[in-house]
Design a protein around this ligand. Structure first.
Ligand SMILES: [Zn+2]
Length: 83
C-alpha cells in the first residue's frame, strides 16, 4: 500500500473510531454501549495496525511516526520521502 494512503486511512480510522465511541457513550443507540465502544476501538486499532505495517520509508523500510508532521527525509537512511 502507498504510505501516504496508509496515513490518510490511519487518521480517518482514528477520528471515526473516537467519534463512534463518543456517540455510543453519550447517546442511546440501538447497538448498545458495550458493543458500540468495542466497534469504535476496533476501528481505531485497525487504523493503528495498518499504519504500522505500511507507513514506512520506501527505501529502507524504517517505520515513520504517523503522529505529527511528516519528515521530508527518512530519519534512518536520509533519503527523500517523496511519496
Ligand atoms: Zn529510509
Amino acid at each position: 500500500m502507498n504510505p501516504k494512503l496508509s496515513l490518510v486511512i490511519y487518521r480517518i480510522c482514528l477520528y471515526v473510531g473516537i467519534a463512534v465511541i463518543l456517540i455510543v457513550a453519550l447517546f442511546d443507540t440501538p447497538i448498545g454501549k458495550g458493543a458500540g465502544i468495542a466497534i469504535g476501538a476496533v476501528i481505531t486499532l485497525a487504523g493503528a495496525v495498518q499504519v504500522n505495517l505500511f507507513y514506512k520509508c520506501p527505501h529502507c523500510g524504517q517505520y515513520i511516526n504517523p503522529r505529527g508532521k511528516q519528515p521530508p527525509k527518512c530519519p534512518k537512511c536520509g533519503k527523500d520521502l517523496n511519496w
